[in-house]
Ligand binder design. Structure first.
Ligand SMILES: [Zn+2]
Length: 260
């Protein structure tokens, strides 16, 4: 099987000592490319550095993560926009969005920072890698105002129900990012996804080092583990693993417009 990991924090400390081996295992498992999201200014640099070490395999996405939005968010955005303007190989704006799960302290700032980065995506014609937790209505309302101009993107780490999926799929050119949560014992995704999400709207992701799939839950996640997600998803949709991969790869190309 051939697949793409559309969301992997491979630049992180967790991979410092064995990044080469992690990439080797990914290649052997059939992973054709890995997309790396930034979360703040510092990680924009580590993401770019890591991608430059693996050209044609690792691809950078730059943005300010909602959980990193604090009082200095305007300065962070200015710095990230500068980096964007001098980096020609960036494939998406991300990860960006809203997260009201842990704290609503900066919810207004999160909205402003997200909106600014949505405008960047439109201006630069780059897709969005969106993180959203406990804020779907707020996110949808914001995106609706830009719906006609949005270049597309991924709603990463989708764990919602069928109705929430349908609400997100109203945005053309957007995919749902499916990862380890699908394999968790109590997950309703194996029922809800086939009911509400056509296969031409799904991409794979790890969100590594987090969210390792069953039977590796609790371990450090890595791109090679996506095979467990593919197996579970093929079962849920009642199609072959090859067909799931073919469709997901096509979806990646549609959104990110890159030849892999
Ligand atoms: Zn992430």
């Amino acid at each position: 099987m051939m697949f793409i990991d559309t969301h992997c924090h491979l630049d992180g400390e967790e991979f410092k000592i064995d990044r080469d081996a992690v990439i080797q295992r990914a290649r052997e498992a059939g992973c054709q490319a890995i997309f790396l999201p930034a979360i703040d200014v510092a990680s924009c640099h580590t993401v770019l550095d890591t991608c430059h070490q693996y050209p044609g395999y690792c691809y950078p996405m730059l943005g300010l993560h909602p959980e990193e939005v604090r009082d200095d968010w305007r300065d962070q955005l200015t710095a990230i926009k500068d980096i964007l303007s001098t980096s020609s190989d960036v494939i998406a704006i991300g990860e960006v969005g809203l997260d009201y799960y842990w704290s609503r302290e900066f919810q207004e700032e999160q909205l402003l920072a997200f909106e600014e980065q949505v405008r960047w995506a439109i201006e630069l014609q780059l897709p969005l890698m969106i993180h959203c937790r406990k804020a779907q209505n707020e996110m949808v309302n914001l995106l609706k105002r830009y719906a006609n101009d949005l270049p597309g993107g991924v709603f990463h780490c989708f764990t919602g129900n069928a109705q929430e999926a349908s609400q997100l799929l109203q945005f053309d050119r957007f995919m749902l990012g499916i990862g380890g949560a699908l394999t968790f014992k109590k997950s309703h995704l194996p029922e809800d996804l086939p009911a509400a999400v056509p296969l031409n709207r799904i991409v794979f992701e790890t969100d590594a080092p987090y969210m390792a799939p069953v039977p590796l839950r609790g371990q450090r996640n890595e791109s090679a583990f996506i095979k467990h997600i593919i197996t579970r998803l093929a079962e849920a949709y009642g199609v072959s693993e090859q067909e799931i991969c073919r469709q997901a790869n096509e979806n990646v190309k549609k959104v990110f417009g890159i030849q892999i």
